[in-house]
Design a protein around this ligand. Structure first.
Ligand code: KPL
Length: 300
């Protein structure tokens, strides 16, 4: 495949950043919510933070037609991917490629089941952070992009790197998916519950909880055939470097559903399968579910 067109399906904070940077070299269309799309069309996309630039690129609320040689970056929240993919399923072509760039475990398997063999689906992970400030405005913190080895991964990595995104291909992405999952299982619920920036959870008072989350995840990963060695102090240092509000914290603030089912709840589910207790992950998942329900209740 030679990537000519790119759709970013789920142009919230992180999707908008990827779309903006890739528009330096390719024809990119951001697919997002109406208010964001209208602002992008009228005033462009303003990135602030570690990248300060305004990008003028195409934007729409849905994909009506998929041209040949299209790469679709799936950046919706994990819980929205089935709906998003079902909408475009009838117009997918055999030369369309889907890159699943989301948080969570098991996402690409769901997409593969939906689209079948005819479409190449591969997994990516982003270590970038972003905040959706208002329609048309996103703050960004740079970070690496990791791509699973697949037919289109080489071409995608070359393109991403040429657009200024530090990108690597991994022979075996499974271990990195777990590492990112663990980072999210620690950061996302704690920041969402306390409504604080990621670096703020590096408090001595939360140390036992942070480390217990990791220990439970490591046990479950092992039972799933992934042996991880994680240095807890190093992980704490990594978290201290993130000064943004996590995606889950942003979701809770906005009264939206979160990715908890693909993060801590997924670890609990797999723990049950292997009879491994995961009480701390379970407690956090319950607290997030409570916040989600309360939000939905308030919205009526
Ligand atoms: O993936 C993220 C998220 O917010 O969902 C991190 C890397 C934790 C950045 O906040």
């Amino acid at each position: 495949m030679s990537i000519e067109n790119i759709f970013v399906l789920g142009a919230g904070a992180i999707g908008s950043v990827y779309g903006a940077l890739l528009s330096k070299k390719r024809n990119v269309t951001l697919i997002g919510k109406k208010a964001h799309v209208e602002t992008l069309r009228a005033h462009g996309l303003k990135l602030t933070g570690e990248i300060t630039q305004t990008f003028y690129l195409k934007a729409d609320t849905k994909i009506s037609e998929i041209p040949p040689n299209t790469l679709i970056l799936l950046t919706t929240k994990a819980q929205d991917s089935v709906r998003a993919i079902n909408q475009i399923k009838p117009i997918l072509r055999t030369d369309t490629v889907i890159l699943v760039l989301q948080n969570g475990l098991g996402n690409e398997e769901i997409i593969k089941q939906l689209v079948g063999e005819k479409v190449e689906v591969f997994r990516g992970l982003t270590m970038m952070a972003s905040e959706f400030l208002e329609p048309g405005k996103v703050r960004v913190w740079k970070g690496e992009t990791l791509l699973a080895k697949s037919k289109t991964a080489n071409e995608a990595a070359l393109l991403f790197n040429s657009c200024g995104m530090q990108t690597r291909i991994l022979e075996n992405i499974r271990e990195e998916i777990w590492r990112k999952l663990i980072l999210n299982c620690v950061i996302n619920p704690l920041t969402a519950i306390f409504c604080v920036r990621n670096c703020e959870i590096i408090s001595e008072d939360l140390k036992w909880i942070r480390h217990q989350i990791v220990k439970e995840c490591i046990e479950v990963a092992k039972a799933e055939g992934v042996n991880l060695e994680i240095n807890l102090d190093e992980l704490d240092r990594k978290i201290r470097d993130y000064t943004n509000f996590s995606s889950m914290c942003q979701d809770i603030i906005k009264g939206k559903r979160t990715e908890i089912d693909f993060l801590n709840s997924k670890v609990v589910e797999l723990g049950q399968k292997h009879r491994i207790p995961t009480p701390v992950n379970y407690t956090l998942a319950c607290l997030i579910k409570f916040l989600e329900e309360r939000n939905v209740g308030f919205r009526g």
